[in-house]
Design a protein around this ligand. Structure first.
Ligand code: ADP
Ligand code: MG
Length: 411
């Protein structure tokens, strides 16, 4: 089985390229499913047919699915009653906070919850109801910012579950009898209100743990470099590049294997005329920079096609542009290009450099950027926020790895 995620800023071509991958994969005889986790579903528009909550056969060997969050919630919370008590608790808590009943229902579909729920759905293909049905899972993800937060959620969630949750659980065990025993006392307004705070039951905690376990499993699936890779789609425009660099840094930070950069909507030389000349020149400059920012990852690219990518014919045309003769299911790059680890209180940023032309190492620091040059190879790395305030202690080349060690934070 193979899982490929497509992410990038809104409008760059994630859906179209994910569709062209899926169609090609199915054409090679592999049972392929394409799932959209973006709440602004546009797979249906791209294939020009209706997709819904169940996988629908849209071409030989190809199934498409656009989840409906309300149907999923209904299934989990009410029909199966698996999480029923937790749903009741959330509603009770919302009421206590002074929310209307209808709003309480909406609380369960806060921004982001939909994409998380859709990501969790991937487990249905790997372990759940559709286990064994598909060889390739292509995921059309939500735009950069959102997907990123969601992808980092398992990590954040783990921290909460390990650090805060046991404390909360103990506090609840302790406060339940206390609150019960004090509730009959004459208390001033606020305190009285507090005693009515609905406390989660053991069942609610059990559901919390179950959800955490699902997160953990999906996270380990999506960060397994033998199974999953992420492709970052971008267009050669400054604002798109800036956002994509940030995404790239964080994808690396959270341990996802990015195996290719896909550069979309290049303006062709021929036929684009004087009007697009400056666009073309601007794109050429940006393409050069993209090489520096994302090397050694392979960069696949596509031109701006003569019309929108709607329907199978156009999707196939885009597929030929992007992948030409290549198999879209392969890993275009096998290793994580950047890793950050902490050893004895020091953070180290470890980079993969291609094995060519050893030379002197020079490092330049410019705020949150590091420019590393080894011989004629230049890498320009955007640091995650927590490293950008730390000084560099030293840097060392070891085979094809460059390790940059940061000083400890000054107390
Ligand atoms: N290479 C291309 N040439 C022409 N139109 C494209 C190309 N790539 C994407 N499009 C069109 O651009 C719009 C946005 O693409 P889409 O795949 O929906 O982006 P995203 O999923 O990243 O928001 C769609 O109308 C799509 O048909
Ligand atoms: Mg899309």
């Amino acid at each position: 089985m193979r899982v490929v995620l497509y992410t990038g800023k809104g409008g760059v071509g994630k859906t179209s390229i994910a569709a062209s991958h899926a169609l090609r994969s199915a054409g090679q005889g592999l049972r392929t499913v394409i799932l959209s986790t973006d709440s602004a579903h546009s797979l249906s528009d791209c294939f020009d047919l209706g997709l819904g909550n169940e996988p629908r056969l849209i071409a030989p060997n190809l199934w498409g699915q656009e989840l409906n969050i309300y149907q999923e919630i209904d299934k989990r919370f009410y029909q199966e009653r698996r999480w029923g008590e937790a749903a009741d608790y959330l509603r009770e808590l919302a009421r206590w906070l002074g929310m209307e009943e209808v709003v309480a229902e909406e609380v369960m579909v806060l921004p982001g919850v939909e994409e998380v729920s859709n990501l969790l759905y991937i487990r249905n293909y790997t372990e759940g109801v559709y286990k064994g049905n598909y060889d390739v899972i292509v995921v059309d993800c939500a735009p950069t910012g959102e997907t990123l937060r969601l992808l980092s959620l398992p990590e954040t969630f783990r921290w909460w579950m390990e650090k805060v949750y046991p404390f909360f659980k103990r506090a609840t065990l302790w406060s339940r009898p206390v609150l019960k025993s004090t509730s009959h006392l004459p208390l001033p307004g606020e305190a009285k209100r507090f005693t009515k705070l609905p406390l989660p039951s053991d069942e609610v905690f059990r559901v919390g743990e179950e959800i955490f376990e699902e997160f953990r499993r999906v996270a380990s699936l999506l960060t397994d470099p033998r199974l999953t890779s992420v492709r970052l789609v971008l267009t050669p425009e400054k604002m798109v590049i800036d956002e994509s660099r940030r995404t790239f840094t964080y994808l690396n930070l959270y341990g996802y294997l990015v195996d290719a950069i896909i550069l979309n909507r290049l303006i062709p030389q021929e036929g684009s005329g004087e009007y697009f000349r400056r666009w073309r020149e601007n794109q050429e400059v940006n393409v050069q920079k993209i090489g520096e920012y994302f090397s050694p990852l392979p960069i696949l690219s596509s031109h701006l096609l003569p019309c929108e990518v709607v329907g199978k014919e156009m999707i196939e045309m885009l597929g030929r542009e992007v992948f030409s003769e290549l198999d879209p299911d392969q890993f275009f790059f096998q290793r994580k290009t950047q890793e950050i680890y902490k050893l004895d209180g020091y953070y180290t940023l470890s980079l993969t450099l291609p094995l060519v032309d050893r030379g002197n190492l020079s490092l330049k620091r410019d705020g949150e950027e590091i420019i590393a040059q080894v011989g004629c190879i230049r890498r320009n790395i955007l640091l995650p926020a927590f490293l950008s305030s730390l000084e560099i202690e030293n840097a060392r080349l070891d085979g094809d790895r460059l390790d940059i060690k940061f000083k400890r934070r000054q107390k």
